[in-house]
Every structure is written in structure tokens, then in C-alpha cells.
Design a protein around this ligand. Sequence first.
Ligand SMILES: CC(C)(COP(=O)(O)OP(=O)(O)OC[C@H]1O[C@@H](n2cnc3c(N)ncnc32)[C@H](O)[C@@H]1OP(=O)(O)O)[C@@H](O)C(=O)NCCC(=O)NCCS
Length: 380
Amino acid sequence: MSTADAKPKAGLEDTVATSSAICFIDGDRGVLSYCGYDIHELARHATFEEVCFLLWHRRLPTRAELGDLQSQLVSSRALPEGVIRAMRMLPPGDSMDTLRTLTSILAHYDPDASNSTPQANYRKAVRLTSQISSLVATMGRVNAGSGPIAPDPVLGHAANFLYMLTGERPSALATRAFDVALILHADHELNASTFAARVIAATLSDIYSAVVGGIGALKGPLHGGANAEVMKMLLEIGKDVPVEKAEEVVRAKLARKEKIPGFGHRVYHTEDPRATHLRQMSKDLCARAGMPIWYEMSQRIEALVKGEKKLNPNVDFYSASTYHALGIATDLFTPIFAVSRISGWTAHVLEQFSNNRLIRPRAEYVGPEFPQRWVPVESR
Ligand SMILES: CC(C)(COP(=O)(O)OP(=O)(O)OC[C@H]1O[C@@H](n2cnc3c(N)ncnc32)[C@H](O)[C@@H]1OP(=O)(O)O)[C@@H](O)C(=O)NCCC(=O)NCCS
């Protein structure tokens, strides 16, 4: 085939690149569903563990199946000593770089590393989901200059993460808020990091390589990196100034044609259904933590950006103040996105492996005309 007349859509906008049974988005109606279950219903009723099972098996677990999955996640939580040693040896740097490097190291300790049967790949999906959570919590400890905390087998996935991060048993409110945040971030169809992971898997490379690629894509400020950028913007505005200052700062950014982190979306033309929950969580948790200013400031920014640019907040906007109110350091925000999205990445990689064909698109050629005449180096 010639690519001479093929015109790609910039950023592959609206291009359907694969079939998938995992996630459905209707960007005009603001609908997001995992395997047919509305995200609002899942945010109200599910646990993250149930959502993992749903994404991996396309159906909800029975009580026994859920118990089995919980046991498998719990038994995989402890990090290999070598990974903790490597974490301490790395020079200080971006926490997504640390997560990317350490996830790659985790592969060396996986007993199924060289086994690529569907059963082994499923075990690796469970292990990765459990261990990335432990990894990010432990990174938070080490970054703060304190020692790792051993996982608590009695706690569920969300509560154990907060416990391994803070060393304290989290309240029921904090646990549920974090569980819901994990559910909301778990999957989002062919977002950039999931697409990257599927492209890697489609070469029949291994699941760790696919996930490491996904982490690299998630890091960017146009994707998962936006949640940390939102918090940096709020902190820059500052909590000790009148809340109107937020509008002044954002207006100035817009005048400079800067993008406001946490706004806009390639697919949604309405409110991002995940933002609806995170807005409410931000309100409740900021009030509970005695820092309502972050929610109030966020609301002002939302009203301004909606009015001036007709842009809605996306998943990252209110997750910033939500995580901040939970006492989480800003540099862990994007790694926490990975703690959730690992479920979606692995679900997509398993789906890719189950019906694989190499993903190899074409490019529209826009370079120098063919054929060019060869000029010896001494004559150029
Ligand atoms: C999410 C995002 C990458 C989608 O990108 P996209 O579909 O390629 O949309 P574009 O970047 O082409 O934006 C279209 C228009 O809206 C504007 N726009 C989009 N997001 C904007 C934002 N957050 N702030 C200000 N303007 C924005 C663009 O400047 C552009 O305006 P123009 O047509 O006058 O040049 C984009 O909205 C963005 O960069 N948002 C901020 C980062 C973010 O929150 N990412 C997390 C996404 S979940």
C-alpha cells in the first residue's frame, strides 16, 4: 500500500485502533463503564479488588472468587529485599522515574518471569497490582526519610496502601475515599499509557515490559502527570492569600496561552464522570482535614476555566486536592495513578495476548522528495 494519500488525524483523534471488551466511553453523554458497569455504580458499591477481578475476567466475582483474589494480592505484597535496596541506592529524582526503574527490577524477582502462558501472565498481573502498591507506599516512606512498613494482611488493598505509607491505620473515611479513587482511575479504554502497553505486548514482549512502557507514558503532564501539576499550581497560588488570587493566576496563565492542568479531555465533551466523584471527595476530605481552602480554590478555578475556555475538569483536577487532604505528598500523585491503572494496563495486556496481532501502523511521508541524488561527502 502507498501512504502518499493517507492523511492521519493528529494524535490519532477519534481513530478506533482495536476492539476491546474492557471499557466503554461515550464522550458526548459523559458515560464511562467497565465491562458494562456504570462507573457511578462501581464508585458507590465496589471495592478496588472487585474492579480488578471485573477488568481481568469481564464479570463480577462470587464471594469465594473475591476471597481468593484478596488472598493472592495479600500474599504478594512484600517487596523483594533487592528492590528496597535498589530504591535506597537510586539518587533522588522524579518519583515516576523511580517507579519505572523499580518496576523493571521487580521483573527479575518474579518466579514466572520467563513463563508466558495465560495462567502465568494472570499471576503476574495480580503480583504487579499488589507490588506496585507496596512499591509506591514504600517510595513515599523512603522519600520522607523513614523506613519501610511491612504490609498488614488484615487490611484491604486501599487501607493497606495508606497504612504502608503513613504507618497508621487509616480511618474508614480515608480508606473508602482512596478505594473510590483507585476505582475511578482503574481503566480508561485506549488512553496513551494503555495504548503504549498494548503496542509493547503485541510484539509478544513480556507483561513487565508493557507495564514499564505504560509507566513511561503515564508520567507526561498531558496524561497522568497532570495531577501533580494541578497541586503545584494550587500550592504556588498559596493558601494564605485571598481565594480570588487563584483567578488572577489562572487568568494570567490563559493570557500567556498556557494550558491549565486538570482541564480538557480528548474524549469527553461533557463533564468527566470521574470528576463528579472527585469533586465531592475533595469537598468532604478538605473540610474534614481542616483545609477547605484547596477545595474552594479549585472551585473558583473550575468556574473560571469553564467560563473562559468552555473546558471541564478532568480526573486529575480534583484528585489533586483529594490526595493532598489525605496527607499524601505531591510527588506521589502520579505514581498513585499507576497503583490503580496497573489493573487496566494488565487487563488490556492479557486481552492483547489472548488475540494478538502485531500493532504496526503506517506514517504519512512528508520528507524530502524521492529519489534524492547521492552526493559524496567531500562535495556536500
Ligand atoms: C487532555 C489534553 C491533552 C487533550 O488534548 P487534545 O485533545 O489534543 O486537545 P488540544 O490540546 O488540541 O486542545 C484543544 C484546544 O483547547 C485548548 N485547551 C485544551 N486543554 C486546555 C487546558 N487544560 N487549558 C487551556 N486550554 C486548553 C487548547 O489550547 C486548544 O486551543 P486552540 O484550539 O485555541 O489551540 C489537553 O486538554 C490538555 O493538555 N489538558 C491539560 C493536561 C491534563 O489535564 N491532562 C490530563 C488529561 S486526563
